[in-house]
Design a binder for this molecule. Sequence first.
Ligand code: ATP
Ligand code: MG
Ligand code: MG
Ligand code: MG
Length: 465
Amino acid sequence: MNADEIRRAYLDFMTERGHVIIPRSPLVPKDDPTTLFTGSGMQPLLPYLLGAQHPAGTRLADSQTCLRVQDIEEVGDNRHTTFFEMLGNWSLGDYFKQEQIPQVWTFLTAKVGLDPDRIYVSCFSGDPKNDIPKDEESAQLWTGLFQEAGVSSDQVDVGTEEHAAAVGTGGARIAFYGKKNWWCRGGKAEDMPVGEPGGPDTEIFYLFPTVEHDPTFGEHCHQNCDCGRFIELGNSVFMEYRRTETGFEPLPKKNVDYGGGLARIAAAAIDSPDVFRIGLLWPIIERLQELSGRSYEDETVSMRVIADHLRGATFLAVDGVMPGNKAQGYVMRRLLRRAIRFAFDLGLEENFFPQIIPTIAEIYEAHYPEVGEHAEYVEKVLVKEEQAFRRTLRKGLKQLRAYRGTTVTGAELFVLYDTYGFPVELSTEEAGRQGIVVSETWRDEFDEHMTAQRERSQRSTTLHV
Ligand code: ATP
Ligand code: MG
Ligand code: MG
Ligand code: MG
């Protein structure tokens, strides 16, 4: 199955199981000024997980477009992108673990056809300090499924000697982690206000034995090791407790939140530890190879970054964001300008967006008709931004190189921003590449200049009215 087929199969599977398919929320949350982007399927549904009645009922599912700027540094590895689709399903006080764990297992093994022997999971080890028990129930359900499939089902507490030994022999099927597998708003059980709901989560990983463990990430590989040998496909949060004055008590109405990465499931389906090999990304990489005459093998990171950033910016434009100096617009500008900078390394020094954007639109228009409908507009917005930055990119890079041997100050970074249109994160990243030292206090200095400029421009607009 390819990614489009997996998305369709998922939504059909959930429909068969009584779920109502809800439309994706836009990348910019509607009534939530606290966050710039929709970063998970759960985010738009939080009010309902906290008790509000959802008009579509108690069983919901969707494919949610997400943007995580916090993952931008991760882009370049085999599994993180800033933009991605999360397959989600929710039980709002309806079914619980007994139904959800076998449900996701059936989808991944029977529908998508993943190898049961390469599925590994993590469960919550409990939190004695806060008096929250170990999630034995989830572990037992997983054990039953693994046994039925005829694969090992050993359990181990991560971090113990027993764990180290197990990892040495290929890893434990069910690994228990502490805080990592606890979900609540804010993340920490001890900081939860009285009445606040929370619960354990169980994560599902796929093992890629061809990827060698990288010891820089730790002596032993395990489910949550960052080396990329295990790829997290998804996780289920079981909201089952409520904070009390003295500890935790069971919630009368328990919820499930499941989120799985479409790209990663699709990569597992073609036995590729590299998500960029799937049909939603590979055509973009192919275009980049054609345009640059370079190979993906030689230019892996640059091509991954460009493909991801242009796809993210395309969806931002579809959802009404314009490149700009503030908030969402600034992030969009940063993505586009960073893509242009990386393309420079591939020898793509002339405008190339018009050769890429239509490929992105083609990939997505069948499932997201709005992408096809706005294709021309999107291209116009992105191309305009490319032309604007192209004019100053070379000069800006030259200016930055002139700082070699000195310590770049926040004031100088501001000049790069103001005169050459370099988002400050791009300048500091570039300085890093060139071995140029950046002053430790650059952020404060830069912000001061920024504030001063805003005040100046406000004053001049008031004078003119
Ligand atoms: P990871 O540990 O790999 O960073 P996560 O635990 O941060 O993932 P969740 O918040 O649990 O991710 O999101 C649910 C699912 O969405 C993940 O299991 C994964 O399949 C997918 N996902 C999360 N972040 C990304 C990303 N940056 N790119 C692609 N898929 C992602
Ligand atoms: Mg993450
Ligand atoms: Mg994770
Ligand atoms: Mg997770």
